[in-house]
Design a protein around this ligand. Structure first.
Ligand code: HEM
Length: 499
């Protein structure tokens, strides 16, 4: 469907499409009264008393603990249903009855990225076109091609950390992980270098991106958009900056001799294998911004949380480090295949993503009238938000100690013993994360490199605080890093022998 740059429709919807715009829960849940809501609900205002505007996700987690596996919250005239119980969430993963819902925060991003992969409505033709053109960019073969570039960028991080170690300075974990992951997706996807490690402040692209994400989140918490006039003006400027940056990047590529078969080459040169159709210039711009944003913010958070847990759990760090020493041996840099062999490091990452899934919710809508888990009738188009941090803490799935960090929960036997669809950091179904393998390879590689090179020193006074801007990040996390001096001992190798 054709669209204007601000995302509004030019042509009418196909007959099967659902109406656009926000649909409040009372329109879609005939038995809404059976779903609990927070006490002290006020007429007109809803459940806004005591609600946090800066930490809506953690607010929902607090309510979830009191209200149970399905609950609702109302802000002014908008009511949402949240789901986190294992059985209810697993039912929402049934692709025959449910699909991705583009609502709330995601719909607020449409003025920036319109019908690009992440924000496209299910019926929009550009979703399938872009999915088919870009999915091969995440094949094993393509990933192998990115490995060397990931190592190059990692070298810039370790140079930076080596200097901090020499000077006895602590490192800014979320800041450095953001530099690393932005440079990695920019380099592997688009052959671009933002020079993040050479700057003392974040690149203006990051500042503009954070601005648009924060604005999109703020829009959810006000009764009407006009209340955010000043923020909207800044947002316009941020969007213009993002567009300019990407237009320059594409122009540079078109003028030059092409890349190395990266994502941008695919976007510009690849025709759909069956229809021969290509992405339009407008759509390419939207996809590039989408990948630059989606491809770094969440991975940066995942790495930061993993480093937080590794620093707090020296026993886990020692076991993970011993595995790296054993699997990588004396090789100066790991080969592509040696990354997936870090099974325990991967468990550390999975366990960090369990407790703090950095894209902390996804929405699902009913394709037709249906009954959720045989209990809650839903009309076609009714939707619910799956609250992933709570799904990942459901005691019926994860046990009474679900809050405890324990990578052995991802031991293959433990994984097999759990019901399906209960670990969903990358979403579900056809619209699940296209960059999953990319993120897992990058994050496992970086954790391996950092464990092998440094001992991590936590600040004993640091208490985990989590910031939210649609994604999650540990706030103000700094670590001391010391270059490792000890030799790789046989003891360590033995300790890491596969179980
Ligand atoms: C740890 C890192 C990551 C996490 C936790 C994550 C999480 C997610 C989740 C939950 C979704 C589904 C959202 C929904 O249902 O509304 C998603 C979609 C998506 N992700 Fe990721 N992601 C990560 C890394 C990446 C990377 C590295 C890339 C690109 C290189 C990427 C690109 C995308 C795109 C384009 C979509 C939209 C897919 C579609 O609808 O077809 N993500 N991601």
């Amino acid at each position: 469907m054709a669209e204007t740059t601000n995302g509004s429709a030019l042509s009418s919807e196909p007959p099967s499409a659902l109406p656009k715009g926000f649909r409040s829960a009372e329109q879609g849940w005939p038995e809404l009264h059976r779903i609990p809501h927070p006490p002290r609900r006020l007429p007109l205002l809803g459940d806004v008393l005591g609600a946090s505007r800066t930490k809506p996700l953690q607010d929902s987690v607090r309510h979830a603990r009191r209200l149970g596996p399905i609950f609702r919250r109302k802000a002014f005239n908008k009511e949402f249903v949240f789901v986190w119980g294992g059985a209810l969430s697993a039912d929402l993963a049934d692709e025959t009855r449910f699909a991705k819902h583009v609502g709330l925060g995601i719909a607020n991003l449409r003025p920036v990225v319109g019908d690009a992969l992440f924000t496209a409505y299910n019926h929009e033709p550009n979703w399938q076109l872009a999915h088919d053109v870009l999915a091969p960019g995440f094949s094993r073969e393509a990933m192998e091609g990115y490995h060397g570039m990931m190592l190059d960028v990692a070298g810039r991080l370790t140079d930076h950390w080596d200097r901090a170690a020499m000077a006895g300075r602590t490192v800014d974990v979320p800041g450095d992980m953001t530099k690393l992951t932005l440079e990695t997706i920019a380099r592997t996807g688009f052959g671009h270098d933002f020079g993040s490690f050479e700057r003392s402040r974040p690149h203006p692209f990051v500042t503009a991106m954070v601005g648009t994400l924060a604005h999109a989140q703020r829009l959810n918490t006000v009764p009407a958009a006009f209340l955010l006039r000043a923020s909207a003006r800044r947002n316009e400027a941020d969007i213009a900056y993002l567009n300019r940056t990407v237009d320059d990047l594409v122009r540079e590529r078109r003028r030059g001799s092409g890349g190395t078969g990266d994502l941008l080459d695919r976007m510009l040169q690849t025709a759909h294998p069956e229809t021969g159709e290509r992405l339009s210039p407008e759509n390419v711009r939207r996809q590039v911004i989408t990948f630059l944003v989606a491809g770094h913010e969440t991975t940066s958070g995942a790495l930061s949380f993993a480093l937080y847990y590794l620093a707090r759990h020296p026993d886990v760090a020692a076991r993970a480090r011993a595995e790296v020493d054993r699997v990588w041996g004396d090789a100066e840099l790991p080969a592509y295949d040696q990354v997936a062999k870090l099974r325990y490091v991967r468990r550390v990452l999975d366990e960090s993503l369990r407790l703090w899934p950095t894209a902390p919710a996804f929405a699902r809508e009913a394709r037709e009238d249906t009954v959720l888990a045989g209990e809650h009738p839903m009309r076609r188009g009714a939707w619910a938000l799956v609250l992933t941090p709570m799904l990942h803490r459901d005691p019926e799935v994860w046990g009474a100690d679900a809050e405890r960090f324990d990578p052995d929960r991802f031991d293959p036997k433990a994984v097999r013993s759990r019901p399906p669809h209960t670990f969903k950091p990358f979403g579900t179904g056809a619209r699940a994360c296209i960059g999953r393998q990319f993120a897992l390879h990058e994050a496992t590689l970086i954790l391996g490199l950092l464990l092998r090179r440094y001992a991590l020193r936590p600040d004993p006074d640091y208490r985990l605080r989590v910031t939210e801007r649609l994604t999650l990040m540990p706030d103000g996390l700094r670590l001391g890093v010391d270059r490792r001096t000890e030799a790789i001992s046989d003891d360590l190798r033995a300790a890491a022998a596969p179980s």
